[in-house]
Design a protein around this ligand. Sequence first.
Ligand code: HEM
Length: 534
Amino acid sequence: MISIASLSISQVLVISATSFAVYYVANAIYCIFFHKLSTYPGPFFAKFSGLPSFYHTYRGNRHVWLWQCHEIYGDVVRSSYDTLMFSDPNTYREIYGSHANVEKAWQFGIWPKDATAVSTFACTNKTVHKRRRRNLEYAFCDRAVRSAELFVAQHTDRWGPLLAEGAGDGWSEPRNMTEWANSFVFDILCDLCFGWTYETKKPGPNKLRTVPDDVAQYMKFTYTIFYSPVIRIWLFLKPRGLDNLLIQLAPPSVRLFMDFVVDNLHERLAQAKLEEKNGIQSDRGDMLSYLINAKDADTGTPAYDFIDLNEEANMLTAAGADTTSAVIAALFFYLVHNANVLQTLVSEIRTTFSSVDDIKTGKQLQSCVYLHACIDETLRMNPHGGSESRRQVLPGGLRINDTIIPADTIIGGDVYAIHHNPDIFPSPFVFRPERWIASPNVSTASVKACEGAVFAFSYGARACPGKSLARMELAITMARLVYKYDFRGVPGGTEGMGGSDMMWGRRQRTQFQVWDYMVAHRDGPMVQFRGRVW
Ligand code: HEM
């Protein structure tokens, strides 16, 4: 008999490699022919491996790759050995609807910076999420959105002159709208969340200016791990020193921002204690104040401890900033590359309002159907990130149409593919706000079909609570800028365009290209501004 001790290192290596190869091949045969998902179509390598999904995530192309898969294989695709993706809007509602027998997939545990903390976004347990979400909703109620509007208007009124600075009689220097919108929305979010703005939008040195970009890089790194084969090891190591290591390795601007959030929280908690002691009601209506004052419905004690508050505050800035600024950049792209659209929007805004001070939420703004159609069309063409938000089927399975999807399957609705379905959105890669407005050329039924197939803010209990806030921000910002400024794309500028040298699905010059890393990495468009010529 051979004992392990008698083997040389090279023999041990050969035996290990052979065992691994045998295991891998046996597992692949099992996944291809005998696995519970073996009957679903999909790319060959994805049937037994997560590597294709990981590769396209790493390249930022996951949403386009999934769109390709649906084009080839149909509405249901096996995108990894344990994962099914769906591109039918009705199925999307069945997956994300409040009563679906699913929960957010276990991989979401990667998101909190501190593995012991719970954030509303990353929490997978449905009961815990429900409680968390109830507290959060106060920060997004109608009253909160109304009080946020003033801040948004003030920030826009400070942003406009900066965009047009130096224009004189001509046009300003080209502005990269990805960078400019990042700073603008980050300032608003800090103001809404903490009651304080760093004015990163103002040119000149600012230690926090790179925070949005650094956060986007951090998200890219984490998102790639999310879809990688090492995710389980990663989650295991998180509470065992990995979290601390990552904080040490974070870029200086992100650490500065984290310190800012912590300091702000300490200060605010001390202030809240003092107010409670003296029986004073604070008049600060920012998001943090809603969370600090939230009480557990069962016990009446504060709903959040310090670690959770910190996690929620970080989540709100990440969830609220990059999403909205990506839409602003994309909207500028579509406006400067579609002269007729820009012309129609300018005419609507400038004839509806007779002064910039009139531009606020209400009947007049609501009547700007073309503005809202431009926002809807941008959210359709460039949905947040692009790929699915994963769900895990719970014991008992999930019925979709006539099929039961087995427990533990990872599933998702493919927003990008749904938003580019030509049966619902003819010429899906063309920016066409008119499809959202019933007219002699566009039937009410087709508008309804479009409305029923857009999930930019997701759907159900985990849908975006910031939807009204974001829509208000977009409408107020764009209306005020369009009213006061002329703008145009830099002549010959191609930043953000698709191209014939890109992969199938990215070749349309008419679409703003983004790279899906949970947040949308992007560049451009380059835009020039000047004061409105009356
Ligand atoms: C155009 C802007 C926005 C878009 C397109 C957007 C989109 C989304 C989507 C698709 C989700 C669901 C994610 C998932 O299921 O994994 C989500 C969740 C969330 N969003 Fe937004 N969002 C936007 C703006 C905002 C803003 C301004 C805030 C707050 C300041 C915000 C806060 C959140 C939070 C807290 C969640 C997690 C909700 C939960 O899990 O219960 N979002 N958002």
